[in-house]
Design a protein around this ligand. Sequence first.
Ligand code: GUN
Length: 283
Amino acid sequence: MAKIIDGKKIAAEIRGEIAQECAELKAKGIVPGLAVIIVGEDPASQVYVRNKKKACEEVGFHSEVYELPEATTEDELLALVKRLNADDSIHGILVQLPLPKHLNDEIIIDNIDPKKDVDAFHPYNVGEIMIGEYDYLPCTPAGVMALLEKSGIQVEGKHCVVLGRSNIVGKPQAMLLLHANGTVTICHSRTKNLALYTREADILVVAVGKADFVTGDMVKDDAVVIDVGMNRRADGKLTGDVDFATVEPKASYITPVPGGVGPMTITMLLKNTLTSAKKHNNL
Ligand code: GUN
């Protein structure tokens, strides 16, 4: 029987610390501010953006949400980004992805001031993460690291297998595990004999976007299994990338979906916004 890593509880603890720091900043006349831009009407993105705004309000941050129509042009979006880059009340700028097809993610992200890039998606911040000297945490991978740390799970010397190589999760996750002295293997959709690798994992982080993809026979006894997946079943229920029913009996620790990694991602976004507010005020 695995210990369940309670992401909701750990996220609440960290958000409490952030709220406390925010109150201390406010006493000095500084209010951390996050601007979130959403283009179009993707329902999943709308939920994420609502949750980000709510999380900001709960810790005492200033937040602005810009809901732009699907037909927004690149010039219009860039004009808004540039205006926010120059706005001293805004410390973090987040452009919700995916953008509509006629807009190029890369061009937009490249135009966010790297010092306000609280997603850590700008090439400057990605480079800093690669080097290991970064101010802004890649939100989901940093959330995973915080779950491991708060659960007392050591990474050093462990074989860490990451399933997925996206720019948002897989690649930065591998870097953070490496910086923590893990031995890291990255697997992806073209990996042959995938189970040969997953069965060797002391720590398995799964971010493939396929419901119940990792099954009990793919996991070794006492592995730590972290499920980054967020898939919606036909009946509307959320499920991860890990088949909880068959993996949980073999694992030593496992994250549930929902209530595992999910609550940590926004928590790390809040942490980055706080960091930015402090840096912009030379604190
Ligand atoms: N879309 C899905 N996840 C994310 C995220 O972490 N940041 C942004 N900006 N868009 C996303």
